[in-house]
Design a protein. Structure first.
Lengths: 258, 287
């Protein structure tokens, strides 16, 4: 016991293993460990491009589990605790900022009804909550969506076509306006199912299909750009954060003859 | 015994093992990171508009930023958010930051920490307030129309927002002179419909490439004053602020992969047409 007491005195109250762990669990140490874990998990996920394997599945399940746990704790500590439990039981709030507010019982009960969906025979109660939520939100949304989305988009589509061309810019503007005019009308005709798509209507709806295909093509191009950006992000992490800037620069200089 | 016909070169090309394509894509990404090509980056008008708006506002203007993304979109949106935030700091504007995605706050906190090392004089609660995440989506946006301090009683760091120097002057969405939103999904629609259109606040959007086509109609309708689209947009903003960083270094890789995919699509279509011709010829000969 005396020996232990001397060790504790010498190490500021820490046992030798605690001191060693303290050195390891410094901010810098944790960054190194975190980087290695992230790099390992990245490689686990990349291994799927070869074929499905247990490493990939481990990484996938780990991500799902951590995300679910993180979100649950976030919702509890950011919302349930300060907005439901503290107003009901202000003495739990150490800061003393909370006051008793029994009105929170109503949303609390409505929220509880949603969980009742998991209990056979009690699921119908959740319909009350959904009816309240959908009804309320539709009422709030309707005027705002009309004024903020539908009408401005209508106005932007119903622009007069600038026929006068006296410069390259005005020619581009005219072309854009014509594309918008023909594209919007032909797509609307394509989605007009009350008339048979034959003759003139059939021709216009075919133009609508081409317009949609060009739009999907543009969207596909952007999607490729986005996915490649994610790959580049991971590659940058593996090459610069994990392997290290210096080593990558040295490899580069070998081939540059530097 | 029937003679087994060997697949032609065209057939073998069209049935190329996907792992070869993956390897080529990986090389097209990695090689330019090792040996940068320094391909030129041209600034597009929609990115320039966002830059000009922040640049032309008088010093000390109020800017609201919403970072509605998570680590899955970090490679695209983080570099542009950092560039825009750096620009705002340089212009000495007041900045309030909100997050509508639960996994987003840590990324904003990291960005703030990195920028505080560049600009140590940039002061929390005075020059900026990081309001953090609040659940509710569109409801949060409607609520910040009334007050930030009511919607976010505490900031990300747990400090009470009520009484903060910045909040005394900038406590409502309507008091913002400009808003910049970084979007990986449709939260931007909510900001426009429930927020900026209602309070008549000009807004610019930094968006992932996947959702960029969804936001272009807002640009056409002048509901957005500009769009920073994907990694390319981020690189353009880095060029405008004269601080080349992650997005700029990634553009060579991006261009190389696009070229590779372009060549692959063109070759695959040419070979597919040639295969059709080959089969027609074979069918004619057998008749």
């Amino acid at each position: 016991m005396t020996h232990l007491g001397i060790i504790l005195l010498q190490n500021n109250g820490l046992l030798p293993w605690q001191e060693a762990m303290g050195t390891f669990f410094t901010e810098g140490g944790m960054i190194v460990v975190g980087t290695w874990i992230a790099a390992g998990l990245t490689l686990f996920m990349f291994s799927f491009v070869y074929k499905d394997n247990p490493f990939f599945r481990f990484g996938e399940h780990l991500y799902l589990g951590i995300s679910a746990g993180y979100l649950m704790s976030l919702y509890f500590f950011n919302n349930m605790k300060p907005k439901f439990f503290y107003p009901l039981m202000p003495f739990l709030d150490a800061s003393g900022d909370s006051t008793l507010n029994l009105w929170v019982i109503i949303p609390g009960i409505l929220g509880l009804f949603i969980i009742f969906r998991l209990i056979p025979g009690w699921g119908w109660l959740s319909r009350i909550t959904f009816a309240f939520y959908i009804g309320g939100f539709t009422g709030i949304s309707f005027p705002k969506v009309l004024n903020g989305l539908l009408l401005p988009q209508f106005y932007a589509t119903m622009q007069s076509i600038p026929w006068q061309v006296n410069s390259l810019d005005s020619a581009v503007l005219l072309l854009n306006s014509l594309v918008l005019f023909v594209g919007a009308l032909s797509v609307l005709v394509y989605f007009f199912f009350s008339m048979e798509h034959r003759g003139f209507i059939g021709g216009v709806s075919r133009v609508g299909i081409y317009t949609l295909m060009i739009a999907f093509g543009a969207s596909f191009g952007y999607t490729i750009m986005a996915r490649i950006s994610l790959l580049i992000g991971r590659m940058q992490f593996l090459m610069f954060d994990w392997i290290g800037d210096e080593i990558v620069a040295r490899i580069g200089s070998l081939f540059h003859g530097g | 015994m029937e003679k087994v016909q060997k697949p032609s070169f065209i057939e073998r090309f069209l049935q190329l093992d996907r792992r070869i394509i993956y390897t080529l894509v990986a090389l097209a990404v990695a090689i330019p990171l090792l040996f940068p090509l320094g391909l030129p980056i041209k600034v597009t008008p929609e990115v320039q508009s966002v830059y000009d708006m922040i640049e032309d506002l008088p010093e000390g203007s109020n800017i609201l930023m919403s970072a509605d993304f998570d680590p899955a979109s970090m490679p695209e949106l983080y570099p542009m958010m950092k560039s825009v935030m750096r620009h705002i700091i340089r212009k000495h504007h007041k900045l309030a930051i909100t997050v509508l995605w639960p996994n987003g706050p840590n990324l904003v906190a990291q960005c703030i920490e990195e920028l505080k090392q560049e600009y140590p004089e940039w002061t929390n609660t005075v020059d900026y307030v990081f309001l953090g995440y609040q659940v509710g989506g569109a409801i949060v946006i409607i609520s910040v129309g009334d007050s930030f301090s009511g919607t976010f009683p505490k900031d990300y760091y747990g400090e009470s927002t009520d009484g903060m120097p910045i909040i005394k002057e900038f406590n409502q969405l309507g008091q913002a002179d400009y808003m910049v939103m970084f979007e990986a999904g449709n939260s931007g629609d909510w900001w426009i419909v429930y927020g900026t259109e209602v309070h008549d606040v000009p807004v610019g959007g930094g968006v992932t490439a996947v959702v960029a086509p969804m936001y272009y109609p807002y640009l056409q309708a002048k509901q957005l004053n500009g769009i920073i689209g994907g990694l390319k947009g981020a690189a353009e903003y880095e060029k405008l602020t004269d601080v080349p960083a992650l997005a700029t270094s990634a553009m060579d890789s991006q261009s190389m992969v696009h070229a590779l995919i372009f060549v692959a699509i063109v070759l695959a279509n040419i070979f597919a047409l040639m295969l059709v011709g080959q089969k027609r010829r074979q069918a004619r000969e057998e008749m």
